[in-house]
Design a binder for this molecule. Structure first.
Ligand SMILES: *Cc1c(COP(=O)(O)O)cnc(C)c1O
Length: 426
C-alpha cells in the first residue's frame, strides 16, 4: 500500500490501531472532508457534525474566510519565534483584547498550555502583588473539572483514568464542589494563601453541568472580597458557543454583532482556545489587565509557536466570522429550539431522562447506568443515521454542532436524533 493511496475506513482504522498510541477510543467513522456543519467519511457518506471537535469548529468546517487567511499567511511568513517581532501578532493582540475588553493577551497554542500559563501568571501575581510567602500559594479548583492533560493539570483532576499512575502530582491546589458558593467561601476564609479560583463557566467534559444562575457572579464577588483572582477557563464555553461571546457574559448584549465584550462577570484572567482558531490551527490565549499581566517579564514564559503569524491571522479571521455572522445570536436561538424540541420528546421517553445546556452546548442524559454501553450504542445508531456525537462519562451524550447551522438543518437533526432514540425505547 503506497502512503498516498486512498484508504477504506477499515484500513485507516487498522493503521491507527497498529501504529498509533491508544490514547483515545474514537467512534468508528473515518472522516476525510468537512464543510460548514457537515463532514464526509472516506466512502463519501455525509454526516452532521454534532461534536465540532469539542467546540473548536464553532465557525463550521473549512470556513473560507479562516482558510483564506491561513493560506495567505502560510504563503507569506509562518514562523519567526518570539526572538523577533512579526507584523501579525500585534494586530491579533489588539483585535482580541478589544473584542474581550482586556489590556493584554499572551498567545499560546493549545488549551492546556493556556491553562498552565494562567496558573503560572496567577502564582506570580500572588507572590509579587498580593504578597503571599514564596511557595505557599494555593489555587482553588472544582471537582469534576476538565482543564487539559499536562502533569500539573491532571494533578488536580479527579478523573481516575486521567490521573492514575501519573504521579507524583503538583501541589498547591484545593478542590471544592462545583456550583457551591458556601464551599468557595469556606475555602477562601479558612486559608490566607489563596491566589486564584479556576473555574469552567459550564463544566463541558463533566457532562455539560450548568451552574445556578448567580453562581459565577457571586463567586467572582467572593474572590474580589478576598483579593483572589477569578480565572475563567472558557476554552470550551467561549467564542459564542453558549449563545454569547463568552459564557461569563451574563445578560449583557454580547449576542450583538458589535458587542465589545463587556461581561456581567468579568474574569481577572480569561483562558481561550479551541474555537479561537475555528478549528483550523492550534491557537490559544490568556487575557488579563496590566496589573496582572505585567508580572510576566522576558524569559518568564514562552512558546516557540505561540503567537506565530499564521495563528495570529487565523485568530483575527475566526473572531471576525463570529461577529460578521452573528453566531452568538444564532447559537442562542437554535439552542432554545433544540432544548424545547428535545424536552417535548423526553416527556414520553423511557430512554432519555433530561436535556440540559446553554446555547448550542447541550447534553442528554440516558436512562441507564454510567458503565452501560447504551449511550455508545445510541451514538453508533446516530452515526448510521447521519449524525456524529460522542458520549461523555458513560450515559451522557453531548450535542454541540457548529454554530453556522440553519434552523432547517437543526430541525432535520432533531428529527434524526428523536428517530434514533425511538429505536432504543423500551
Ligand atoms: C479542551 C479543553 C481544554 C484543553 O484544551 P487542549 O487544546 O485539548 O489542550 C482545557 N479546558 C477546557 C474547558 C477544555 O474544554
Amino acid at each position: 500500500m503506497a502512503v498516498l493511496d486512498q484508504l477504506t475506513s477499515q484500513q485507516a482504522m487498522d493503521l491507527e490501531n497498529k501504529y498509533g498510541a491508544h490514547n483515545y477510543h474514537p467512534l468508528p467513522v473515518v472522516l476525510s472532508r468537512g464543510e460548514g456543519v457537515h463532514v464526509w467519511d472516506v466512502e463519501g457518506k455525509q454526516y452532521y457534525d454534532f461534536l465540532s471537535a469539542y467546540s473548536a469548529v464553532n465557525q463550521g468546517h473549512c470556513h473560507p474566510k479562516i482558510v483564506g487567511a491561513m493560506v495567505n499567511q502560510a504563503q507569506t511568513l509562518t514562523l519567526t519565534s518570539r526572538a523577533f517581532y512579526n507584523d501579525m501578532l500585534g494586530k491579533f493582540e489588539k483585535y482580541a483584547t478589544e473584542t474581550f475588553n482586556f489590556d493584554k493577551l499572551l498567545p499560546m497554542n493549545t488549551g492546556a498550555e493556556a491553562v498552565e500559563t494562567a496558573l503560572k501568571l496567577c502564582r506570580k501575581w500572588a507572590y509579587e502583588v498580593k504578597g503571599i510567602d514564596e511557595n505557599e500559594a494555593e489555587i482553588i479548583v472544582c471537582e469534576n473539572n476538565f482543564h487539559g492533560r499536562t502533569t500539573t493539570i491532571i494533578s488536580f483532576s479527579n478523573d481516575p483514568v486521567a490521573r492514575k499512575n501519573f504521579g507524583p502530582y503538583t501541589k498547591g491546589f484545593i478542590k471544592i464542589e462545583y456550583d457551591n458558593l458556601k464551599a468557595l467561601e469556606d475555602a477562601l476564609t479558612s486559608n490566607k494563601n489563596i491566589a486564584g479560583f479556576l473555574v469552567e463557566p459550564i463544566q463541558g467534559e463533566a457532562g455539560v453541568f450548568v451552574p445556578s444562575d448567580d453562581y459565577l457572579s457571586k463567586a467572582k464577588a467572593l474572590c474580589e472580597k478576598h483579593n483572589v483572582l477569578f480565572i475563567a477557563d472558557e476554552v470550551q464555553t467561549g467564542i459564542a458557543r453558549t449563545g454569547r461571546l463568552l459564557a461569563t457574559c451574563g445578560n449583557c448584549s454580547c449576542a450583538d454583532k458589535h458587542c465589545s465584550g463587556t461581561p456581567e462577570v468579568k474574569p481577572d484572567i480569561l483562558i481561550l482556545g479551541k474555537a479561537l482558531s475555528g478549528g483550523a490551527y492550534p491557537v490559544s490565549a490568556v487575557l488579563a489587565n496590566d496589573n496582572i499581566m505585567n508580572v510576566i517579564k522576558p524569559g518568564n514564559h514562552g512558546s516557540t509557536f505561540g503567537g506565530n503569524p499564521v495563528a495570529a491571522a487565523i485568530g483575527i479571521a475566526a473572531l471576525e466570522v463570529i461577529k460578521d455572522e452573528n453566531l452568538a445570536q444564532n447559537a442562542s436561538d437554535l439552542g432554545d429550539l433544540f432544548r424545547a424540541e428535545l424536552s417535548k420528546y423526553i416527556e414520553h421517553s423511557t430512554i432519555v431522562n433530561a436535556v440540559r445546556g446553554k446555547g448550542l452546548l447541550n447534553a442528554i442524559l440516558i436512562n441507564d447506568t454510567e458503565d452501560s454501553d447504551t449511550a455508545w450504542n445510541i451514538c453508533l445508531a446516530l452515526r448510521d443515521n447521519g449524525l456524529l456525537a460522542k458520549p461523555t462519562h458513560g450515559n451522557i451524550i453531548r450535542f454541540a454542532p457548529p454554530l453556522v447551522m440553519t434552523k432547517e438543518q437543526l430541525l432535520d437533526c432533531i428529527s434524526i436524533i428523536t428517530k434514533t432514540l425511538q429505536q432504543f425505547e423500551k
